[in-house]
Design a protein around this ligand. Sequence first.
Ligand code: NAP
Length: 296
Amino acid sequence: MTILDGKKISNDIKNEIKADVDKMKAKGEKVPHLAAIIVGKDGASLTYVNSKVKACERVGFESSLHKLPNTVSELELLAKIEELNQNDDIDGFIVQLPLPPQIDTQRVLNAVDPDKDVDGFHPTNFGKMALDMTSFIPATPFGILELLERYDIPTKGKHTVVIGRSYIVGRPMSILMGRSGFPGNSTVTLTHEFTKNITQITSQADIIIIAVGIPDFLKTEMIKDDAVIIDVGITRVPDENAEKGYVIKGDVDFDQVSKRASYITPVPGGVGPMTVSMLLKNTLLAREMHRRKANL
Ligand code: NAP
């Protein structure tokens, strides 16, 4: 069994991006600028945003954080998005989710300029992805593709079962694994809450990608020998013995499943760190696209 070391690969990617940024600096070119909008003070959201800002510093990107109160109106948030859309200094930006209930999340995501949509959530980018066109691929699925590619895990003709159909992980993952090329060319089954006899389906899978947010959901009796297991889940489970008062759990019963799998991602240290690196990669691609456009 091989552990897919997301921490190491993510570090490699950051080093590669930093080398590109150093070249830009040496040529006197503008470096990529990633901005983030955060609404409210949710602990997990603040942690994620801060790790993105820190990652920008690490690779030499510019970054800016735009904080709005939890009481912000949809109109005010849309005005902030328009401001970032119009700001030529910003190459890409993200709106940290979740948003408070008074805000229509899809309307907000639709307002982001698709050329700056480094999260890949805008319908234009999602549609392009489904049509095999160049686009920003959502960072978590992009990170999973990168892990499969760098560990050279065969996907052609394999049966990939995706568990969970969220717009940010499961749904795009099911599209990407079925596209032509590598990683791809899989036969994909997308499962969700209403899927019947899920064990019958998962036990036929060569590759399982799970994003449900239920700790230890995937048990060893649900997989076949030598399956490839990608665990996207991140749940904070209260634990009074832990320093922070909680531990992070994935969706896979790692101790048991890892004994049967051929490759498996740990939580933490698997898919999680990849997500931030792929966001940086999308921002680098955005900078390159804007540079080319400006030179036309
Ligand atoms: P989500 O919006 O929380 O939705 C959960 C999905 O799981 C839904 O599609 C739901 O089906 C499905 N589901 C729930 N119970 C199920 C069951 N019994 N059998 C099969 N499917 C079931 O999903 P998400 O945003 O993708 O998040 C999932 C997990 O991944 C969370 O722990 C989240 O924190 C984590 N995550 C991690 C990263 C990372 O960087 N590593 C990034 C994003 C998310 P229905 O559609 O039928 O309700």
